[in-house]
Design a protein around this ligand. Structure first.
Ligand SMILES: Cc1cc2nc3c(=O)[nH]c(=O)nc-3n(C[C@H](O)[C@H](O)[C@H](O)COP(=O)(O)OP(=O)(O)OC[C@H]3O[C@@H](n4cnc5c(N)ncnc54)[C@H](O)[C@@H]3O)c2cc1C
Ligand code: SF4
Length: 493
């Protein structure tokens, strides 16, 4: 037995020396413990790049903590409880402290193990503050929460008013992808010995896309500020097959495991604005993502409760389509390209996640929990708190409209307007019937018709239902939809 007074348990999404329980840790008296549980590595069909990122980031963090003078027990065990019990057996059962977990499941586990928690500071909004806001709302409009955040956190504010006189610049943004555009250079990351060891253990050939260190994450932040922030706003909703990251920051994985903190990301963006390096419509758009959407989604996860993930308001029960697990199982250019991007690097930006992947799951009535599991397993930045509201609420409207008042359903014409995928596709986005009809276009109308009764009670769906009532070829379209759904089930559409 040695002289440690406390154990600081660092979960794999709390990898920060200055936040969470580490902010209170003392190298002289505390033992830092990380547990790499075999169960965590194998309990799901994880994307190997994601596993690599999680494990290598944790091992680098352990190294950084040692460099800061801490004694670190990085333990490999069958499960987290077994690992922790082995630590207690070796070092004595000391009071064990962690930051508040980021999911209901982990909160239960920590409680069962008797791990004490300190309030998480990985977000800018205390959970109690968000709950207080949400309890007073009739509809949970993100924009209202965001404006309060701007004032409360005093970000881009000028004597109580929004800088440049407007809260948002959406009208100047949301441009389709420009033709012949020189997309900014991308940062790559060199693999060190720890990376190589983890890649070997997982039998995975890691890409050079994702940093696995605090230093690499800081480099990614600087790269974003220098090369991408200025163009972020206008092109934030565009999607193209010319370039897979456009002006997006690629910072979500680092924010979600603790390698970066939201505060430093915001400070860097605002500093760039103050130095005149980026225009207000881009800086505001980025700030909105971080202090608005990210905080709102996290707050809503806790507000909506654990059972929210089980919602299936549209009674969608199709099994996961084969194209999600094998991009060659579709002829749809948009879906094939995007799933292939996910296969390569475990990431695509917001618009493909929403407009292509979730939209396809919604229109095909894919079971929400099967789709949620697939998203959760395949994205580098996935965590329960962020996937559940984004998929169940925003993506597939399985929550009966609690988060978004209407489903995000789009046909091929809209995808054609916002992306460049249709040019190289065997299907025609303008057609809804016939062999060459775009599956999205056919299924969009079929979906509205299947849920006609439910949507007739939603005044925000009036325009779409009027469009549906005007279709002269609905019987033919319903037949085509059957063929399309059967083809998607077989992986031949
Ligand atoms: C169906 C669906 C699933 C999603 N799953 C995840 C997920 O598992 N993990 C995740 O971090 N984001 C998720 N998002 C949100 C968003 O797509 C990603 O945050 C973004 O694509 C990450 O890339 P980026 O860092 O380049 O983002 P940028 O476009 O550069 O945006 C900056 C940051 O804003 C934050 N942000 C923006 N929108 C959201 C949002 N809706 N929810 C939470 N944070 C947001 C992220 O931290 C992101 O890094 C999901 C969105 C949808 C529609
Ligand atoms: S035609 Fe339809 S399936 Fe093909 S790329 Fe366009 S939207 Fe996707």
């Amino acid at each position: 037995m040695n002289g440690f007074e406390r154990i600081i348990l660092v979960a794999f999404d709390q990898l920060n020396l200055d936040h969470g329980a580490m902010a209170r840790a003392n190298p002289a008296t505390d033992l830092v413990v990380l547990i790499e549980s075999q169960r965590m590595l194998t309990n799901r069909n994880w994307h190997p790049e994601r596993l690599f990122f999680m494990v290598s980031s944790a091992r680098h963090f352990a190294q950084d903590a040692r460099d800061r003078g801490f004694t670190v027990d990085y333990r490999q065990a069958a499960t987290t409880p077994e690992g922790l019990k082995a630590v207690w057996a070796e070092h004595g059962k000391r009071p064990t402290l962690a930051a508040q977990p980021a999911s209901f499941e982990q909160a239960r586990q920590f409680q069962e193990l008797g791990v004490e928690t300190v309030e998480t500071d990985f977000f800018l909004t205390p959970r109690s503050l968000f709950l207080g806001w949400a309890e007073q709302q009739k509809t949970y409009v993100m924009e209202n929460f965001y404006r309060l955040q701007r004032v409360r956190l005093d970000i881009l504010m000028d004597a109580g008013k929004p800088v440049a006189g407007r809260w948002n610049f959406d009208e100047d943004n949301r441009l389709p992808p420009p033709k012949s555009y020189a997309w900014p250079p991308r940062l790559t990351h060199t693999r060190d010995d720890i990376d190589l060891e983890v890649a070997h253990q997982l039998a995975h050939k890691a890409t050079d896309t994702w940093a696995t260190t605090r230093a690499g994450a800081m480099q990614a932040l600087s790269h974003f500020i220098e090369h991408n922030l200025a163009g972020f706003g206008p092109l934030e909703d565009a999607s193209t097959n010319d370039d897979w990251s456009l002006h997006h920051s690629l910072l979500s994985p680092y924010l979600n495991v603790g390698l970066l903190h939201a505060r430093e990301v915001i400070d860097a963006a605002v500093a760039a604005f103050e130095k005149g390096l980026a225009p207000i419509q881009s800086v505001e758009a980025f700030v909105r993502q971080i202090i608005g959407w990210r905080e709102y989604i996290n707050g809503m996860y806790w507000f909506l409760g654990e059972d929210y993930a089980k919602g299936n308001g549209l009674e969608a029960n199709r099994k996961l389509l084969p194209l999600f697990t094998d991009s060659t199982k579709t002829r749809m250019n948009c879906v094939g390209s995007i799933v292939s991007d996910v296969e390569k690097r475990a990431w695509v930006h917001h618009i493909p996640r929403l407009m292509i992947l979730s939209n396809l799951a919604l229109l095909t009535s894919t079971n929400p929990q099967e789709f949620l599991d697939w998203m959760r397993e395949n994205f580098i930045d996935a965590s329960q708190w962020v996937m559940v509201p984004n998929v169940i609420g925003m993506g597939v409207h399985a929550d009966g409209g609690r988060l978004m008042t209407k489903p995000y359903a789009a046909g091929g014409a809209y995808i054609n307007r916002m992306t460049q995928y249709c040019k190289g596709c065997v299907y025609d986005p303008k057609l809804r019937v016939g062999e060459n009809a775009c599956p999205f276009t056919t299924l969009y109308w079929d979906f509205l018709d299947r849920h006609r009764e439910t949507f007739s009670r939603n005044h925000r769906m009036g325009q779409q239902l009027t469009g549906l009532n005007r279709l002269s070829d609905l019987p033919e379209l319903k037949l085509r939809a059957k063929t399309v759904l059967a083809g998607l089930d077989q992986g031949s559409i």
